[in-house]
Design a binder for this molecule. Structure first.
Ligand SMILES: Nc1ncnc2c1ncn2[C@@H]1O[C@H](COP(=O)(O)OP(=O)(O)OP(=O)(O)O)[C@@H](O)[C@H]1O
Ligand SMILES: [Mg+2]
Length: 251
């Protein structure tokens, strides 16, 4: 596996209706880092991830993945290195069976059908939905759809995993399974989430977004305990770090 750095330089994005969603964001993420991107609803997290992945292109600024500028021309190569799980699994699943959805990426890169099958079964096993392989994605529950969307990215074996709210709609066991899986993923992880307990457990670094700008960027252990910062950005300290709600005892 190659060692890619993801770099974002002075990114700006304005939606066609004139809404400014990202206003001058810059950061560097090194290979192997695990980064949580957090912020209130509408802060610009999903827009930022879509700019990283070349789903949207910036009005100003640039995104570099392993020194390659993200453009329409470089996208096929970028997508091979970087896999993204979208916030809404319906944006990701479009085939008639779960198997075909998870096989779509590897088939697109012309892998042999034997290798495709191996990867699909492995990815479904990893997210615990092997039993759903022949089901129609649009008939699955919200959490099952999310697991299928995650499998469709894992089957590409990306170097950089980009996930938009990966634990939302997952039941506690599935959430824990996903967290274990993400923890074992050695490459770069960039995760947006309102599940700050998950960010606290999995991400060494956190970037806080407020109104399309970076409000803070640093070690998660410092950022998530900063009650004033969290409050100013519409967030709360993770439950695991709050006082016991019953007896008020400090954790
Ligand atoms: N297609 C669109 N057209 C116009 N404005 C949009 C569009 N999509 C998002 N926005 C706006 O851009 C801003 C950033 O949205 P974005 O979806 O990036 O937020 P977010 O941080 O991911 O929020 P959430 O936590 O709710 O997922 C919001 O104010 C939103 O209303
Ligand atoms: Mg979002």
């Amino acid at each position: 596996m190659s060692h890619h750095m993801t770099e974002v330089k002075d990114l700006h994005y304005v939606y066609p209706d004139g809404h400014k969603a990202v206003n001058g964001i810059s950061f560097k993420i090194h290979h192997g880092e695990s980064v949580g991107i957090i912020g209130a609803n509408g802060a610009g997290k999903s827009t930022l991830l879509m700019l990283l992945m070349g789903v949207l292109f910036p009005c100003q600024g640039e995104v570099l993945v392993g020194e390659v500028l993200v453009t329409k021309k470089t996208l096929p190569g970028i997508r091979q290195r970087m896999g993204m799980v979208f916030q809404d699994p319906d944006d990701q699943l479009f085939m008639t069976t779960v198997y075909d959805d998870v096989a779509f990426g590897p088939r697109n890169y012309n892998l042999e059908e034997k290798e495709v099958e191996k990867r699909v079964l492995q990815a479904l096993e990893m997210v615990g939905i092997l039993h759903l392989k022949d089901r129609a994605p649009f008939k699955l529950s919200g959490g099952e759809k999310r697991a299928a969307a995650i499998a469709s990215v894992l089957s590409l074996q990306p170097d950089i995993l980009v996930m938009d709210e990966p634990t939302s709609a997952l039941d506690p066991k599935s959430r824990r399974r996903l967290m274990k899986l993400l923890d074992s993923f050695e490459h770069t992880k960039i995760i947006t989430s309102h599940d700050l307990d998950m960010v606290y457990e999995l991400c060494d670094r956190s970037i806080v977004i407020k109104d399309g700008e970076i409000a803070a960027d640093g070690p998660t252990s410092k950022i998530l305990v900063d009650a004033d910062l969290m409050d100013a950005c519409g967030l709360e300290i993770p439950l695991a770090l709050q006082n016991c709600p019953v007896c008020g005892r400090k954790k």
